[in-house]
Design a protein around this ligand. Structure first.
Ligand code: TXE
Length: 488
């Protein structure tokens, strides 16, 4: 049985309690994880707080912080295979994706390494002749980062990269479902040469460890990825300390196909949009909106592709759809589909958990054209379940696309350039992909609004969001200060 440890103040520890981690492909317990209790979380926040004030970190130049991040990026690239294998083993995410994704995670760290000494202040053309006024950008302080199971190395990179580039220190809580890749990441981080306490990694359950972390008085910002229900609890917790928050909460993203689209591309992109990562993706294109004239033909091609998908063990390079991370996710997907079908939605393919060891759920398509209230159409499934609706006009496509409380991503497939531009304006989402889907880069901001949260990860803006602005006023005149009872 493998054993994992917490990383607090630059040292590894067993933690005060432990819990079992299951391999989703087999259902077997394969590792023991440390379960952070309040005392562990407090120790981690204290370590981050001390590091934030220590000259070893606070006194480093931004360029030196960047060099440490470059070293971390190199170590991630060197250890990508180990990290990918652990992520696959502990979460069920297929090795085909984890190996490509971890290699790309190193690029996120490189991007923020390069950005560290480009986070600039400003000089203001102030309206007073005897004053110089400039702005300093300073790190916000201790950041609490919370990630879910689905892409932890990636979802943590978009928090750790910009926060450390800005000069913050952090406590990261890995998901209790599949924490192994993050705890291994801590071992790699330890070798990069950062001062102790700059990053602390713990894992444990949300209701105790997560709640203590997000309400801690020494935490200045909470960066959270997870579901909207948990986000509300996190925001309530952070109100204790009036900490700022950035929330990335998933979505119910529309994937819109017009009749003039390149249908080969659209079908493949839709398969990628909903079945890749076994649908456990915040940007999953989970609502297909297809122009009525091509609906039947498009659905037929999609059904063929869905049924030809290779379902299998996640550590096999030929597998395309692996298990869901937990039994709870399988039950949730099955329940949402069953309730939708009971309301009159038409099951096109899939729909039931596979009768084999592990937590497997097949690619599923549900035609909800006549059931706009079907729960698999309105709720985030976080599994390989695609809901379908059709439209006759562009205006109807926009109306259906925006008929959601989420606002994260969207896809538009059309060859009509002017229509594509109109759709960009009309769609209410943080990301619009045109004739492509599920493309990401460290250079492009990522995030949504409404139930999808707020704040952006990726890009320059993310690093700025980990800073606070200080206005500095310098009087340049040697004359006595005039009337003290008048504001200057
Ligand atoms: O996520 P949670 P769950 C959606 C998706 C999924 C649903 C529930 O629809 O089916 O949310 O998933 C920590 N204080 N997404 O319940 O609870 C928890 O320990 C502080 C979308 O697994 O949001 C874990 O580390 N932290 C999504 C993290 O929050 C708390 C990704 C996420 O868990 C806490 C995941 C608390 N009170 C789920 N309670 C996306 N955006 O990609 C829990 N946590």
């Amino acid at each position: 049985m493998e054993q994992f440890q917490h990383y607090i103040g630059g040292a590894f520890s067993e933690g005060t309690a432990r819990f079992e981690s299951r391999n989703p492909a087999t259902g077997e317990v394969w590792a023991m994880m440390p379960e952070a209790q309040a005392e562990d979380v407090n120790a981690a926040v204290e370590a981050a707080h001390a590091a934030f004030r220590s000259p070893d970190w606070a006194g480093l130049s931004a360029t030196a912080r960047g060099k440490l991040l470059y070293r971390l990026a190199d170590l991630i690239a060197e250890n990508a295979e180990v990290l990918a294998r652990l992520e696959t083993r502990d979460t069920g995410k297929i090795i085909r994706e984890t190996s490509a994704q971890v290699a790309y995670v190193a690029e996120y760290y490189r991007y923020y390494a390069g950005l560290a000494d480009k986070i600039e202040g400003a000089h203001l053309p102030i309206d007073k002749p005897d004053m110089e006024v400039w702005l300093r950008r300073e790190p916000v302080g201790v950041v609490a980062a919370i990630v879910p199971w689905n892409s932890q190395l990636f979802l943590s990179a978009v928090k750790i990269g910009p926060a450390l580039a800005a000069g913050c220190t952090m406590v990261l809580k890995a998901s209790e479902d599949g924490p192994a890749p993050m705890l291994e990441f801590a071992r790699i981080f330890d070798r990069a040469g950062f001062p102790p306490g700059v990053l602390n990694v713990v894992t444990g359950f949300g209701s105790d460890c997560g709640a203590v972390l997000t309400s801690h008085p020494k935490v200045s910002h909470v960066a959270f990825t997870g579901g909207p229900g948990t986000a509300r609890a996190v925001v309530r917790n952070s109100a204790e300390n009036l900490a700022s928050t950035s929330l990335e909460l998933g979505g119910k993203s529309p994937f819109i196909v017009f009749a003039d689209a390149d249908l080969d591309s659209a079908v493949n992109a839709q398969v990628s949009g909903i079945f890749a990562a076994t649908g456990q993706s915040c940007v999953a294109g989970s609502r297909l909106l297809v122009e009525h004239a091509i609906k039947d033909a498009f659905l037929e091609r999609l059904k063929d592709k869905a049924e030809a998908v290779v379902i299998g063990p996640p550590d096999d390079m030929s597998t395309e759809v692996g298990p869901l991370c937990t039994r709870a996710q399988v039950d949730r997907a099955a329940d949402l589909v069953a309730r939708s079908v009971a309301m009159g939605a038409r099951l096109v393919t899939g729909g039931q958990a596979l009768d084999r060891a592990g937590t497997y759920f097949p690619p599923t398509i549900v035609d909800c054209t006549d059931t706009p209230d079907a729960p698999c159409l309105t709720e985030e499934v976080f599994g390989p379940v695609l809901s379908v609706q059709s439209f006759e006009t562009e205006a109807e496509a926009v109306e259906l696309a925006n008929a959601t409380e989420y606002g994260l991503a969207s896809g538009v497939f059309t060859r009509d350039l002017t229509r594509a531009h109109r759709m960009v304006r009309a769609i209410d989402a943080g990301i619009v992909w045109i004739n492509t889907y599920r493309a990401v880069s460290p250079i492009a901001p990522f995030g949504g609004h409404g139930l999808s949260g707020h704040g952006r990860e990726g890009g320059l803006q993310a690093a700025l969001d980990y800073t606070k602005v200080k206005s500095v006023w310098l009087r340049t005149s040697d004359d006595p200060i005039p009337d003290p009872f008048v504001m200057r």
